[in-house]
Design a protein around this ligand. Sequence first.
Ligand SMILES: [Zn+2]
Ligand SMILES: [Zn+2]
Length: 349
Amino acid sequence: MRGVVFDGTRTEVVDDLEIRDPGPGEVLVAVAAAGLCHSDLSVIDGTIPFPVPVVLGHEGAGVVEAVGPGVGHVKPGDHVALSTLANCGACAQCDRGRPTMCRKAIGRPGRPFSRGGKPLFQFASNSAFAERTVVRAVQAVKIPDDLPLTSAALIGCGVLTGVGAVLNRAKVGLGDTVVVIGTGGIGLNVLQGARLAGALTVVAVDSNPAKEAVARQFGATHFLTSAEGVRDILPDGADHAFECVGRTELIRQAIDLLDRHGQAVLLGVPAASAEASFLVSSMYLDKSILGCRYGSSRPQRDIALYADLYREGRLLLDELVTETYPVEDFAKAADDAHHGRVARGVLVF
Ligand SMILES: [Zn+2]
Ligand SMILES: [Zn+2]
């Protein structure tokens, strides 16, 4: 079968990939569509260190092909969106509703794929850039059959991360003020999360003026090409500032834009060794800096909720899909994503 493999030097679309059968508590999914997220490119450029060879991709949707022993919540033929969170479901963190903090979900990549008898790693417990993948039962979330799979594919990373950061981590409230720095795939989802939460003023900041229309479509009430104008709109600062780019000077900017009791939420991913600085005195008056892993999501609940909100017309998914590509065109999709020409490119099988 076909898939996108990174061997540490080169990224290649191969057609001789094999996948093992699902074991106990696992699901075999025929992937129909998979979004190309910057984290995939970060593996290729080394920002996210990951063992190789690895099958890339981590936001996808498809159809269940087989289930292993003990799986009862989905059956062959069901449509599913995939999460990257292979949490155990049985530890104290899982039990208290924080599956993103499950220690068993982090740092133990499996190798369900092989090529010519040699095993390949699975990226983010997911590897959606393969015609078939095996995930843990907890990662396969049933979605209605009438959801286009190209749109549903985006829920599992961009939407969970961006909307989840607003609703689950920041807990933006009705009438709050929000600044979103960066309007790529994550930033647009933060914008629509802010709209869902009932934020009153939502300022999008992106150095690319061509992003204004899409930012407003997703929920921005104001658009600026530089953060310098934010104080003209919000003289006291913002209740919530989301950094969605991953640059340390923008993290500093987000902190400097906070109102009293404001919070800066860090979603962008700079290099693992990056250090940021801020004025300690700027943090007085109950301000906070929040990290956020994967939208602090509970995927079985949140993916189903976002699918319902989409069907009600309250959550935009189709509009995130700027372009679809056959998987063979991975290089073009990666180039378009790298240069910010697409909100999301989606590979289809
Ligand atoms: Zn992602
Ligand atoms: Zn757990």
